[in-house]
Ligand binder design. Structure first.
Ligand code: GDP
Length: 527
């Protein structure tokens, strides 16, 4: 094994995340992908929704009460001659900040759309993050087994509202709701899908040539074939370079619940999704894949297992070979870090991993001094750029009435910030002992309060503030804004960014026109 070249191992990695508006079918397609790759015998074993077998993580009672999956982890499987890393993202929109961070660790994203709903608010935000970070996106139009929008209309919507040109690789035969199969534009054959009982096993596929397809599906096939010609005439054809540059998005049609089109998606991932490439460091210098081991932490999850009260840092490997037990350097502190407890994990299952390559994700257990965005390296020092912080839409004060626990309270708040659970803000007016929490989703506050109470044993009170959006400003802007009614200026603990919070868009507009010289810059993934 020692002779395996790092470059060759990296070249066969495909690291991606499935992203979508809630309910588009992310859990269903995750199971379907795993099923096709033979990781799990039967679909339904990964997530616990809809009465299927539950293997959800149990790190927090809250998660179970609400029946949502807050944690994200990684499913690794082999398919064809590749190693596929599927990074899970939380299903609930309140934790989209977590999803955005997962996107810093992938080489490609699969965007799932509900055929009946088209682009939804969360879809638009996620596309924006992908475009900003230049992450190639494959679009999978799901739920084609039931009535939905017209396929050409959906493409139009993607092009006009997202600004990425859709280039379908497959095209549906039969309108949404009467789905016979797809024309595979790469070989012009039609693939007919047949349901298996309950949809729990891979769909039965039949490959038909044009004559046979026309004989069986008549007008439906002719219409699809005409539309395919239309696509070719309007240049809606896959171009690998434009896809990798996030200018175009290949589109596939299917129905995850029946496993229709899932194999095609996996094949497209293998054939077209980019393998890991050299990761730029803080100074924008790419670190060669074959440089000694390096990686960065993109997610921290505490208390995944209440029995162990542990904290897991998820690290994306950027260069070199990782071997469990390696002593690496933590770039932020300069201290050595022992990787004795390295694991791969998904849902409730954990396996010890012995080695990993660029593109892989490792879970470092009991990594109490690692923070979000921290770099680890072997031999040749590197610091990867800090992870971006996203536009908060909810704000709240948090305090403890137990003065004897003030110190513990501060430690807890700092810890939650380092883990990226919430953004911690301070304002001059409130003083350093009265932090304000900011979040993309309000449930982040519940998680923060829950953790302070249970882990740090500090009673806390959270009170919502009336702000709904923030803009980045500078020191001059802060001076001008400090006396503006309804506006509050904060400094973010994480990056010292100066943020101005506004109750609504209308107030932002009046400020913009009253104080035209004040810098008010939108933040990433702004609503
Ligand atoms: P998530 O919130 O994005 O993870 O969505 P889920 O995977 O939980 O799916 C939401 C609902 O849509 C569930 O009831 C699924 O059974 C259903 N669903 C998922 N994929 C399909 C599909 O291809 N066709 C149909 N008809 N329903 C689907």
């Amino acid at each position: 094994m020692a002779s395996t070249s790092v470059a060759a191992e990296a070249a066969r990695r495909r690291t991606f995340a499935v992203i979508s508006h809630p309910d588009a079918g992310k859990s269903t397609i995750t199971e379907a992908l795993a099923l096709h790759a033979h990781v799990i015998g039967e679909a339904g074993a990964v997530h616990g929704k809809g009465g299927r077998k539950a293997v959800v993580s149990d790190w927090m009672a809250m998660e179970q009460q609400r029946g949502i999956s807050i944690t994200s982890a990684v499913l690794q499987f082999s398919y064809r001659d590749c190693v596929v890393n599927l990074l899970d993202t939380p299903g609930h929109a309140d934790f989209s900040e977590d999803t955005y961070r997962v996107l810093t660790a992938v080489d490609c994203a699969v965007m799932l759309l509900d055929a009946a709903k088209g682009l939804e608010p969360q879809t638009l935000k996620l596309f924006e993050v992908c475009r900003h970070r230049r992450i190639p996106v494959i679009t999978f139009i799901n739920k084609w087994d039931r009535p939905g929008l017209d396929a050409l209309e959906l493409l139009d919507e993607i092009e006009t509202r997202i600004g990425m040109k859709p280039t379908p690789l497959t095209w549906p035969v039969g309108v949404a709701g009467e789905f016979h199969g797809v024309i595979d534009r790469r070989d012009d054959h039609m693939v007919h899908f047949e349901r298996t009982p309950g949809g729990t096993r891979a769909a039965i596929e039949e490959h038909l040539d044009v004559d046979e397809a026309r004989r069986r599906y008549g007008a439906d096939f002719d219409r699809a074939a005409e539309e395919v010609e239309l696509l070719a005439a309007s240049d809606a054809t896959h171009d690998q370079k434009l896809f990798v540059d996030a200018v175009t998005t290949p589109v596939l049609f299917g129905a995850a619940v029946a496993n229709f089109g899932v194999r095609q998606l996996l094949d497209v991932l293998i054939d077209h999704a980019p393998p890991p490439s050299p990761q730029p460091d803080e100074a924008d210098e790419p670190r060669s894949l074959e440089a000694p081991f390096s990686g960065f932490v993109f997610k921290i999850q505490a208390n995944m297992n209440p029995a162990h009260r542990d904290q897991v840092a998820f690290l994306r490997v950027c260069s070199g070979r990782f071997e469990r037990g390696m002593v690496v350097t933590h770039a932020t502190s300069g201290r050595p870090f022992t990787t004795k407890y390295a694991q791969s994990m998904f849902g409730a299952s954990r396996d010890t991993i012995d080695e990993a390559f660029p593109g892989d994700v490792i879970g470092l257990v009991n990594a109490t001094n690692l923070g979000i965005g921290d770099s680890l390296y072997l031999e040749r020092p590197v610091r990867f750029p800090a992870l971006p912080s996203y536009a908060p839409e909810h704000f709240a004060t948090i305090r403890t009435d137990d003065t004897s626990k003030a110190k513990r309270f501060r430690r807890g708040i700092t810890q939650l910030d380092a883990e990226g659970v919430v953004q911690v803000l301070h304002s001059q007016a409130r003083g350093e002992h009265s932090p304000v929490l900011a979040a993309v989703g309000p449930m982040q506050f519940e998680v923060a309060a829950h953790r302070l109470r249970t882990e740090f044993n500090v009673p806390v009170t959270v009170d919502n503030l009336p702000y709904t959006l923030a803009r980045r400003t500078d020191a001059d802007g802060a001076k001008s804004l400090v006396s503006a009614p309804g506006v509050e200026v904060f400094t973010r603990l994480r990056d010292d960014a100066i943020l101005a919070a506004f109750p609504n868009r209308w107030r932002l507009q009046t400020i913009t026109s009253d104080l035209p010289n004040v810098l008010l810059e939108p933040l990433l993934a702004d609503a």
